[in-house]
Design a protein. Structure first.
Length: 407
């Protein structure tokens, strides 16, 4: 088939959450013999240069360069309108023109969109089967932000969330099948009663790249991995260092926390002034930090979809202590494959259990990796994707075949 694939972040190299899922889809579709054209945005000269590596995984690509000042103006311009401001951040007149021209000149057998932020580029196209992979329902994340932001910022986030939810419902009606990353996100999508057909397929992890090493680790080392320009990551680390780490260090004063991730905010950098805390900034490879740690924490209060950081740690045989909301995006059982904790007391108790009991740590490390291998492997996820694509294309000719899926 000839497939047009549109995504909100240029999907190469696949080093962050917004790029990993689309990259694996594009690679799989191309490896399956489809002719895939990729269209997306690059936000810097470096991203554009690195992004050209996608050429090895698709037939061709359309890359539009955008820059922060212009995109911010586009966001502000949408504030008094019903259009979500965040969608202005992902708008490019150049990409819109190119896609209009491309779809007029050529006949595609399928249009696949990852992320609602770029669905507007092709939403009005008719006569071609279309799939919208929401991934996460972004509106719900903005509404959650409103709970943690001070007034009047909280009102702005709430308004954006309401506008986004309205737009998600509108877009869902314009695609033949809409999908999500997890069953929980799928249930949110279902609650809209807007999409004619829905399904979900999980994120996977490269368990060969993220693999256990020699088993040696520092029993008093904790790590957190994630981009530190992302508000949920910032918020959870500020909270963790204020309320959980001191409890652990009261028992084991030598306990150290490494916050590993690019572009830490000034508030996060300041955490390095606390005893035992290191803020690394960007690193070429997160695996050495994970391998040396007794455990990884992911105490996010705001989380939608799958936290790839959790999958990667589990794949490496590093036990994870996470919040219930973050664990909800991973197909794993609490206390069997990972520990969940939602209060400072619960978090410190779970961490100390792993520090104090090497046997418990070993059990969780082994069980976590095995769960990733059985439930979060890309090949099995891509089988679900293949079935969705086949159903969409087939049902485009026989509409009665489209149905809501929940397995």
């Amino acid at each position: 088939m000839k497939i047009l694939y549109v995504c909100h972040r240029f999907p190469f190299p696949p080093k962050r959450g917004g790029k990993i899922r689309p990259f694996n889809m594009i690679r799989h579709l191309s490896d399956s013999g489809h002719d895939v054209t990729v269209a997306s945005l690059a936000r810097s000269a470096q991203e554009a240069g690195e992004g050209r590596g996608i050429a090895s995984y698709c037939s061709r690509y359309e890359m539009a360069d955008v820059r922060a000042p212009v995109q911010i103006i586009r966001m502000v311009a949408r504030l008094p309108t019903l259009t979500p401001s965040s969608m202005g951040y992902f708008y490019s007149a150049s990409l819109a023109r190119r896609l209009r021209g491309l779809t007029r000149r050529e006949r595609f057998d399928l249009i696949f969109v990852h992320c609602s932020s770029v669905a507007h580029y092709v939403a009005d196209i008719r006569g071609v089967p279309k799939i919208l992979d929401f991934g996460d329902m972004d509106s719900q994340k903005w509404l959650e932000y409103a709970r943690y932001k001070p007034f009047p910022l909280s009102m702005g986030y709430r308004l954006e969330g309401i506008k986004l939810e309205r737009e998600e419902k509108r877009l869902a009606q314009l695609f033949d099948i809409c999908t999500a990353t997890t069953k929980a996100e799928w249930e949110t999508l279902q609650s809209y009663h807007a999409a004619g057909a829905t399904d979900w397929f999980p994120n996977g992890v490269d368990s060969g790249y993220f693999a256990p090493h020699d088993g040696l680790y520092d029993p008093h080392a904790i790590c957190f991995v994630g981009r530190m320009d992302y508000y949920p990551n910032q918020q959870c680390m500020l909270d963790f260092c204020a309320h959980v780490l001191p409890r652990v260090q009261a028992r084991w004063p030598g306990t150290r926390l490494q916050i590993v991730g690019a572009d830490p905010s000034p508030a996060v950098r300041k955490l390095a002034e606390l005893p035992g805390v290191t803020v690394t900034g960007s690193v070429p490879d997160v695996r050495p930090y994970l391998r040396r740690s007794a455990l990884m924490v992911a105490p996010l209060n705001i989380a939608r979809g799958t936290q790839n950081k959790i999958l990667e740690a589990m794949a490496m045989g590093v036990p994870v202590v996470t919040s219930s909301v973050a664990a909800g995006g991973v197909d794993a059982l609490p206390n069997e494959h990972l520990f969940t904790a939602d209060t400072p007391e619960q978090s410190s108790r779970a961490i100390l259990q792993l520090i104090d009991n090497p046997g418990v740590r070993a059990r969780l490390a082994h069980a976590g990796r095995e769960r990733v291998l059985s439930h979060h492997a890309w090949p099995s996820s891509m089988k679900r994707l293949d079935a969705i694509v086949e159903r969409c294309v087939g049902a485009f000719r026989t509409p009665s075949q489209l149905s809501v899926q929940s397995q």
